[in-house]
Ligand binder design. Structure first.
Ligand SMILES: *Cc1c(COP(=O)(O)O)cnc(C)c1O
Length: 406
């Protein structure tokens, strides 16, 4: 690694201006490392935003995808797709749920979940079904999913929002009951087990169990958006499994295909038969290439024990951050270091967006979310030595930022 600043990469006038991009263009990667077009090396603690489960250029994934490319990339859901049946069975087995609908992205999985909730309501005579959603939630950027999202910045400029949502604070069962008491139109509770974009905010285990019980007692669907926190990131296949509960509907995407776009909605017994032919679809959903990526991702995760790796390296990383930032944890500059496995957030007492470029200058890719939270969602193959390197680069930068007078 050199100390030189990466040269600015001006964005093309032909690419729509939807992202504030760093002046970095990446060219290739290997494991948890990526290189930019100028040959500069970075340790990737962002993993394409919790997408690159197996890191980059994985020696088992790449040949499997190459093999698939020569066979079939896409057919159509007019035909049976054997790889779809295989991946569905793998997800059913690992979740204990019933069946799966495939799509290509997170918002698309969440749209399907919201449609399931509405039809669940209509099927029992509820004309105007309502879904409980959460403060600080993020569910995507389509009109329905941005309406379910609890962030005014995501919604600004896109009204009128979809109605039929009731918003409640996290981890407060009394507030959930108060917001829904006597309302016959409620059909579902929709939440992330760990909110990603909202700042790595975890739902408490006890709260998840209380919501499960309330959904059972009320005949509501419990829908847990595991798009970011699922697929092994927390050390179990799905984050809700830490609470010993099972949702009725579980959207997945991000890490499911290790970088190949794949989304899925997994349904339990209560939601498995809501859709019938004609109710929902997706042209790209469940195509052979995407399915092969999902199958191989799960297979390789098991061969390489990546759930255990996410748990142990994640715990090591969290401890090492605590140790390196002890002074600031004590004086409140670091408000909390939270999350589970390899989904961690360092919540600072001041905005810290500047850290993203500063870390990149030192050869580390991270993100900052909810203004004050450094988010680490690296590939699940991260080694302990690589975790130590994350801390060695990041902790001094956080320390310096916190010592600056505003
Ligand atoms: C990223 C994310 C989404 C949206 O996924 P896209 O693939 O960008 O549409 C939805 N829910 C959660 C929890 C996410 O983290």
């Amino acid at each position: 690694m050199t100390a030189a600043k990466p040269p600015a990469t001006p964005s093309s006038p032909h690419v729509m201006n939807t992202y504030g991009r760093l002046p970095i263009a990446l060219s290739h990667g290997q494991g948890c490392r990526v290189w930019d077009v100028n040959g500069r090396e970075y340790l990737d603690a962002l993993g394409g935003i919790a997408v690159n489960t197996l890191g980059h250029n994985h020696p088992k994934l790449v040949p499997a995808l190459q093999d698939q490319l020569t066979k079939l990339i896409h057919t159509s859901n007019y035909y049976h797709i054997p790889h779809q049946e295989t991946l569905a069975a793998m997800l059913v087995e690992r979740s204990g749920m019933r069946n799966v609908f495939f799509c290509s992205t997170g918002l698309e999985a969440n749209e399907a979940a919201l449609k399931l909730a509405r039809k669940f309501g209509h099927d029992k005579g509820i004309e105007r079904p309502e879904v409980v959603v959460y403060e600080k939630a993020f569910h995507g950027r389509s009109i329905a999913t941005l309406s379910a999202t609890g962030n005014p910045k995501v919604q600004a400029g896109f009204g009128p929002l979809v109605d039929g949502f009731i918003r409640v604070p996290a981890n407060n069962i009394a507030a959930l009951k108060a917001a829904t008491v006597g309302n016959p139109n409620v059909v579902a509770v929709f939440m992330e087990a760990i909110q990603g974009e909202g700042g790595v905010n975890t739902m408490h285990m006890e709260y998840l169990r209380e919501v499960r019980a309330l959904c059972d007692a009320s005949d509501w669907l419990l829908m847990i958006d595991e798009v970011q926190c699922g697929m092994g990131r927390t050390g179990k296949w799905f984050a809700h499994q830490w609470a010993g509960i099972q949702p009725d509907v579980m959207p997945l995407a991000k890490g499911l295909g290790s970088g190949v776009p794949v989304g899925a909605v997994v349904a339990g017994p209560k939601a498995a038969h809501i859709f019938a032919p004609g109710n929902h679809g997706s042209t790209f959903g469940g195509n052979p290439l995407a399915m092969r990526a999902g199958i191989e991702t799960i297979r390789i995760m098991e061969e390489e024990n990546l759930l255990a790796n996410a748990a142990t390296v994640g715990a090591h990383l969290k401890n090492a951050l605590h140790t390196a930032l002890a002074e600031h944890v004590e004086n409140g500059g670091v408000k909390e270091i939270r999350g589970q496995g390899l989904m961690l957030g360092i919540d600072l007492a001041k905005p810290c967006g500047a850290l993203v470029q500063q870390a990149a200058d030192q050869g580390l890719l991270i993100s900052v979310t909810a203004d004050t939270v450094v988010r680490l969602v690296p590939p699940l193959i991260l080694s302990q030595a690589e975790a130590d390197q994350v801390v060695a680069i990041l902790a001094p930068l956080i320390s310096t930022l916190l010592k600056e007078t505003a």
